[in-house]
Design a binder for this molecule. Sequence first.
Ligand SMILES: Nc1ncnc2c1ncn2[C@@H]1O[C@H](COP(=O)(O)OP(=O)(O)O)[C@@H](O)[C@H]1O
Ligand SMILES: [Mg+2]
Length: 282
Amino acid sequence: MSRKTETVDSMGTDRPEIEIRGLHKSFGDNKVLRGIDLDIARGEVVCVIGPSGSGKSTLLRCVNLLEEPTSGQVFVGGTEVTDLDVDIDAVRRRIGMVFQQFNLFPHLNVTENLTLPQRRVLRRSKARAAAVARENLLRVGLADKADAYPAQLSGGQQQRVAIARALVMGPEVMLFDEPTSALDPELVGEVLSVMRLLAAEGMTMMVVTHEMSFAREVADRVVFMDGGVIVEHGPAAQVVGDPQHERTRNFLMRILDPAATEAPVEDAGVDVRKPVDGSSEG
Ligand SMILES: Nc1ncnc2c1ncn2[C@@H]1O[C@H](COP(=O)(O)OP(=O)(O)O)[C@@H](O)[C@H]1O
Ligand SMILES: [Mg+2]
């Protein structure tokens, strides 16, 4: 699939939507990212795959500054987000993030979950926020759940609400960190369908996932990470279908045929870190 439309940004220069330059991140002595360079064009969908602990989540979190890189630069839409003087809140408004956990407010209904961040962060009027919420519920196919509470929804529906919650902010870029990993298998499809739709609309997306069929069908490019570096990247058909590196081959073998090995591939732990997308603030 090719939607790579190199548009001209407001500065009048051709630039990728996301540029990652020499990115390093350490936690104490643990060097988690060891020099990541990656460009993502506007409208491009890039899937990031790799074993647990390889630094995939940390990479996404460095893009929207949930983690502060140790060194290197990240640009989003031509703005250096790693610039110490940058307005972090303004940057985060441009970047939507969806996590494995949905992190909806249980005491608020769906509409309230979607209007709260708009009211607090974007200072939208109640009527405007409600209208944008309706539009985006329609987009994720949940217009009929506007008044439901999260506990009344399936995991797949909750994750679609979480996607809508990111979309109401009008992001230029969407980051997904294993959005279907916490779901029962029969609920994965509906979430991937919504993501397919966003991709078709031209959203720039960076998706950490183990859903290889999604990567093959939807991703323009697949990036394989291991040990904090990008081992290989390229068109999905190439990286998934004809990997050049032994490490990629081993990983894919485990993903596609888990019975072939005893080594666990799925992230076992539950990510308890909070989202910082506006909805949890204030
Ligand atoms: N906030 C943190 N503090 C300390 N270590 C962390 C933190 N976040 C991630 N790590 C470590 O970074 C490494 C990579 O983690 P992560 O980026 O979550 O990998 P992946 O998403 O590929 O499973 C792991 O060793 C993990 O323990
Ligand atoms: Mg992770």
